[in-house]
Write a protein that binds this ligand. Structure first.
Ligand SMILES: *[C@@H]1O[C@H](CO)[C@@H](O)[C@H](O)[C@H]1NC(C)=O
Ligand SMILES: *[C@@H]1O[C@H](CO)[C@@H](O)[C@H](O)[C@H]1NC(C)=O
Ligand SMILES: *[C@@H]1O[C@H](CO)[C@@H](O)[C@H](O)[C@H]1NC(C)=O
Ligand SMILES: *[C@@H]1O[C@H](CO)[C@@H](O)[C@H](O)[C@H]1NC(C)=O
Ligand SMILES: *[C@@H]1O[C@H](CO)[C@@H](O)[C@H](O)[C@H]1NC(C)=O
Ligand SMILES: *[C@@H]1O[C@H](CO)[C@@H](O)[C@H](O)[C@H]1NC(C)=O
Ligand SMILES: *[C@@H]1O[C@H](CO)[C@@H](O)[C@H](O)[C@H]1NC(C)=O
Length: 582
């Protein structure tokens, strides 16, 4: 046994000398979300030092049998136990399956030659000393049988520090191609994860007609999945019953709130989310839903967050129930200050989601653009957490009266400038479509209870700036995707109430369209459990009252797909029959 351990040690010290922190660094979970802010990412040199220190201590104990003379420079474990029989790299087996029904592999943020692969590798049995990493191998192949040489492969560490998550970038891939990937335990290649399927995007210069081999490219678009409100059947149907190429999530992937879900057996564990442990636990629980698990395994995801990934009605400096003030953070029921809560949420999100860190120097930035051949630009915005001016927090009724102020922004000036430039670049490079994935409903919507000033209706000058940019630069074929509202809406993009150049009957004069989707499971804003017939009555009234609105539906939970080719874009709205049962 000792010789086995020493053999492992020898090979490890070789690793340590020649590669330094490489095996830690390869796992992007350590550097997310803020790679260049040492206090907000993990310093892999100190993790490496902790590991080496542990190994030295164990080595000395094994060599000398007694610990006399051993100087412990660094307390290696919060358990405080004697781990002298532990291996240097955990070799007690890895559990890639954290529940009977879950298959935790995922991929995301595809580029033309690379993609992020994600898994979670939990030590099987008793957890090891905190200093000991689990070592995971990844391999990506161009065939379902995983035969031949992988296009990319490598090892990376994960530890309790990042909740055993592992996020690696697979490189050397071809544009617009399909791939199969698998993880295994470095110390026992027979312990493998399920196989995930994924794909890259076309290179920017690919002619629109040739993207996806000439077949329409399909996005499946989701928002608002509240665990205790229903099963995530929408994800499962999209994965099993559509040929969607990419899964786009517009936010509210998790909810911070409680709710026992008793009628459907879907209680959430824990408390209202505030600490990093809370957010991790919630993400972990969500990832046991069979529809969600399969959807991550099946296709690459491109995600942005909305408010509930942090907390309800988030804006740049608070949420409905948390803010930092000069007198402290006593308003928060969780007791956590807003800033701490937001950082905890963001870090857990980056650990668990297959999302890239866009800019290591730009705190919080997830707004980013994907050039998918000359067919489309997929532009993902953050109207919520990045730099949003104050929103409706229920107690601050002033928002309705300031909604027209010129200086109110949903994105902040930096992101706004980038967004307009991205739209212009997309036209200039000859992309057929501009698809904008973002959180909240864009079109003016007068419902029975008035305007929702937490949506673009509360930031009307910002909306005008977007429309002005599109109109004055004659940027056509813009498709805005929206979530957040828990109902379906299809609208023309035109200045609100403007019927001089825009004709709501023919659509002439519109500069684009908005497809807003219902929730995966969160209850209808038309009324919880409202029947299709009753919802349709409301929809008819809203379509009549709102010039730009063309169609609405508010009873069903579900998602929509957007199929694009060089000539047409088709949105198909999918309604789940019942989310009370799987
Ligand atoms: C892996 O996790 C599952 C679910 O928690 C559990 O039933 C199983 O015993 C675990 N396997 C090992 C080897 O720990
Ligand atoms: C969807 O896919 C599942 C799993 O393959 C299958 O059982 C089901 O019949 C399909 N549903 C429809 C409506 O095609
Ligand atoms: C913080 O929240 C409290 C109530 O929850 C509110 O009275 C106060 O005005 C808020 N402060 C700021 C700066 O938003
Ligand atoms: C916007 O301008 C108004 C009026 O000048 C001012 O009261 C407000 O503080 C400004 N808001 C922001 C977000 O800068
Ligand atoms: C649009 O017209 C409606 C009905 O006349 C009015 O209530 C609303 O204030 C107008 N909105 C804007 C942005 O002009
Ligand atoms: C859109 O739907 C029409 C009518 O069903 C079909 O002819 C066309 O091929 C579809 N286009 C795309 C891009 O899906
Ligand atoms: C949904 O399924 C549950 C459980 O089978 C059932 O009790 C409920 O009536 C169904 N709801 C609808 C609207 O069909």
């Amino acid at each position: 046994m000792v010789s086995v351990l020493l053999a492992t040690f020898v090979s490890f010290s070789c690793v340590a000398r020649t590669m330094g922190t490489r095996l830690f660094d390869r796992n992007l979970a350590y550097s997310s979300p803020f790679a260049n802010a040492p206090h907000l990412s993990h310093d892999t040199r100190s993790l490496q030092a902790r590991h080496v220190q542990f190994v030295k201590r164990q080595h000395q104990l094994d060599d000398t049998v007694s610990s006399n003379g051993f100087t412990d420079e660094h307390y290696p474990t919060f358990y405080g136990g004697d781990f002298s029989s532990s291996p240097w790299i955990y070799n007690g087996g890895v559990n890639f399956t954290h529940s009977e029904s879950s298959h935790p592999v995922a991929s995301g943020d595809p580029l033309q030659d690379s993609i992020l692969l994600w898994t979670r590798a939990v030590p099987a049995g008793a957890p090891p000393d905190q200093s000991i990493p689990v070592c995971v191998t990844f391999k990506i192949f161009d065939n379902e049988g995983l035969s031949g040489r992988p296009l990319d492969a490598g090892d990376a560490f994960t530890t309790y520090d990042v909740d055993w998550t592992l996020k690696v970038e697979a490189n050397n891939l071809q544009p617009d191609s399909h791939y199969w990937f698998q993880f295994s335990d470095c110390t026992d290649p027979d312990i493998v994860s399920p196989v995930g399927t994924t794909r890259t995007i076309a290179s920017p210069d690919t002619p629109a007609e040739e993207v996806n081999g000439g077949k329409p490219l399909t996005l499946a678009v989701f928002s608002c999945s509240r665990y205790q409100d229903g099963w995530f059947n929408a994800y499962g149907v999209a994965a099993h019953n559509t040929s969607a190429d990419f899964f786009v999530h517009l936010g509210d992937y998790i909810y911070e709130s409680l709710g026992d879900g008793a009628p459907i057996g879907r209680a959430v564990a824990g408390k209202e989310l505030a600490t990093i442990a809370d957010y991790r636990q919630r993400l972990n629980q969500y990832r046991t839903d069979p529809g969600l698990v399969y959807a991550h395994q099946k296709a690459p995801w491109i995600t942005v967050w909305d408010d509930h990934e942090v907390a309800d009605q988030a804006w740049k400096a608070g949420t409905a129930d948390t803010n930092d003030t000069s007198v402290g953070c006593s308003f928060s029921p969780s007791g956590a200050c807003f800033t701490d809560r937001k950082l905890a949420a963001v870090r857990a999100y980056h650990e668990w989601m297959p999302i890239r860190q866009v800019d290591p120097d730009d705190k919080l930035r997830i707004w980013r653009n994907f050039q998918i051949g000359k067919l489309l630009d997929l532009t993902m915005l953050d109207t919520r957490q990045y730099d949003r001016d104050i929103t409706d927090l229920y107690y601050n009724t002033v928002i309705k009266s300031i909604a027209d102020e010129m200086n109110r922004s949903l994105m902040g000036s930096e992101q706004e400038a980038w967004f307009y430039e991205t739209l212009s670049n997309s036209k200039a490079r000859g992309a057929v479509w501009r698809v904008v994935g973002q959180q909240i409903v864009f079109t003016m919507l007068n419902e029975d209870d008035g305007l929702d000033v937490d949506a673009w209706d509360g930031y009307r000058a910002n909306r005008n700036r977007v429309l002005d940019h599109l109109y004055s630069n004659e940027i056509s074929n813009t498709i805005i995707l929206s979530g957040d509202s828990h109902a379906n809406w299809v609208s023309d993009l035109a200045h609100p109430n403007q019927t001089v150049t825009y004709d709501p009957i023919t659509g002439n004069g519109a500069i684009g369209v908005e497809f807003a989707g219902t929730a995966v499971s969160s209850t209808s804003t038309f009324g919880p459990g409202i029947s299709p017939a009753d919802a349709n009555k409301l929809s008819a009234r809203y379509v009549a009252a709102n010039i730009d609105l063309q169609w609405s539906e508010g009873s069903y939970r579900g998602f929509f797909t957007l199929a694009l080719d060089a000539h047409q874009a088709n949105a198909t709205y999918w309604a789940m029959r019942n989310v009370s049962t799987v």
